[in-house]
Design a protein around this ligand. Structure first.
Ligand SMILES: Cc1ncc(COP(=O)(O)OP(=O)(O)O)c(N)n1
Ligand SMILES: Cc1ncsc1CCOP(=O)(O)O
Ligand SMILES: [Mg+2]
Length: 356
């Protein structure tokens, strides 16, 4: 019986640790209050269940545990925060299952524990799935400066020079925005162009999003697609692509953001912030909405519309919470970089908002 208690004690520690790691991901990586409280309540319910077995810790013998010195190289390999949370989810179900199986040997004293742990294991599967989906949808969309690249807007340089200079200036995401009705590329030429953009961006570790066209995004190897309120629905895209693609959705109020989140969006466009000549926008929601969005906090957001590196505009964005830890706010600009003689300098000036 002592060995069984030792096994249960070791696995109880694993469960507690795994739940903590998952909770931190929901809290700090995703800002997801619902998921965070689900995991927290699992932690509390597990503590109540395990407390039914008296004196578990008395069987602990960490120094005499032969398993502490047995490890595999993969245990030390995690390529990103997403992998850390995914590994914790796997550990959680393994440890719960071990407690459940060995708990059966405890006889009557273990019956309630086994039942409670079985239920926790099922809850764990659901939470693990929600966490992994949320991480694969939105974990990689925390950008600071996104360039909406439109070829016909590049007045002073080729699109290639604008793109490369902007990347040097600190752009970490590029949205390819070609509008056929405004002289932009379409069809085969659009796909070829997008492939060139992807090549340049990915070599510099910059993400690529294609405006409006999920099909083109897939064909050119982009990271995702951006859709507006009148475009194809985010839910339809998720049905089609699962977690393979990032999906951005334009929003002008929290109700739209909430809907986008429910449909599996990765990030939201948040705007328009200021008057713009790039797109016909009747209503300017301004930095007030940006602040509401940042406090809502379920998805990363890109402020958009008329953004320039003027002291006044940057101050307004800063005042709304951009650059603040935990707000997950970046900006998306088009004209100010595409139309500039010095696209790299403009990008760097915008990016300075995040440097303290
Ligand atoms: C980051 C970001 N936010 C908003 C938009 C606008 O999208 P949409 O409303 O679909 O308008 P078009 O860009 O398609 O004209 C965006 N593209 N990017
Ligand atoms: C596409 C779009 N959607 C809302 S405002 C806007 C235009 C952004 O361009 P600019 O940065 O030139 O104002
Ligand atoms: Mg659109």
């Amino acid at each position: 019986m002592m060995q069984v208690k030792r096994i249960i004690d070791a696995n109880a520690n694993r469960v507690r640790e795994a739940l903590r790691v998952m909770e931190e991901a929901a809290r700090f990586l995703l800002n997801n209050k619902d998921l965070c409280s689900q995991i927290k309540s699992m932690r509390h319910d597990f503590a109540a269940a395990i407390s039914q077995i008296p004196n578990l810790e008395s069987q602990r013998d960490t120094t005499g545990d032969v398993g502490t010195s047995v490890c595999t190289a993969r245990e030390y390999e995690r390529s990103n925060t997403k992998d850390v949370a995914i590994a914790a989810g796997k550990r959680l179900s393994e440890a719960l299952r071990a407690i459940e199986e060995y708990g059966k040997v405890l006889g009557p004293v273990g019956v309630d524990l086994v039942r409670a742990v079985e239920q926790l294991r099922y809850r764990g599967y659901t939470v693990e799935q929600s966490l992994n989906i949320a991480l694969s949808y939105s974990c990689d969309a925390d950008w600071q400066l996104c360039l909406l690249l439109t070829r016909v807007m590049c007045e002073h340089h080729t699109w290639e020079v604008v793109l490369k200079e902007a990347i040097k200036g600190g752009v970490d995401c590029v949205q390819i925005r070609e509008k056929e009705a405004e002289g932009g590329l379409s069809g085969r030429a659009l796909v070829m162009y997008c492939k060139e953009v992807v090549k340049i961006c990915h070599a510099a570790d910059v993400a690529v999003i294609v405006n409006d066209r999920a099909d083109v995004a897939m064909m050119c190897g982009a990271d995702g697609v951006h859709v507006g309120q009148q475009d194809v629905g985010c839910d339809e895209l998720r049905n089609l692509f699962g977690g393979q693609m990032l999906v951005g959705v334009s929003t002008s109020c929290i109700a739209e953001a909430e809907l986008a989140w429910e449909m599996g969006a990765s990030y939201c466009g948040v705007g328009p912030m200021f008057a713009t000549t790039t797109k016909d926008k009747k209503v300017i929601v301004g930095p007030k909405y940006l602040n509401e969005y940042g406090l809502w906090g379920k998805l990363p957001g890109l402020a958009i519309g008329g953004i320039e590196p003027s002291e006044e505009k940057l101050e307004a964005l800063r005042g709304a919470g951009m650059g603040e830890e935990g707000m997950r706010l970046g900006m998306a600009v088009s004209g100010v970089i595409c139309r500039s003689e010095k696209p790299g300098e403009v990008a760097a000036d915008l990016k300075s908002l995040f440097n303290g």
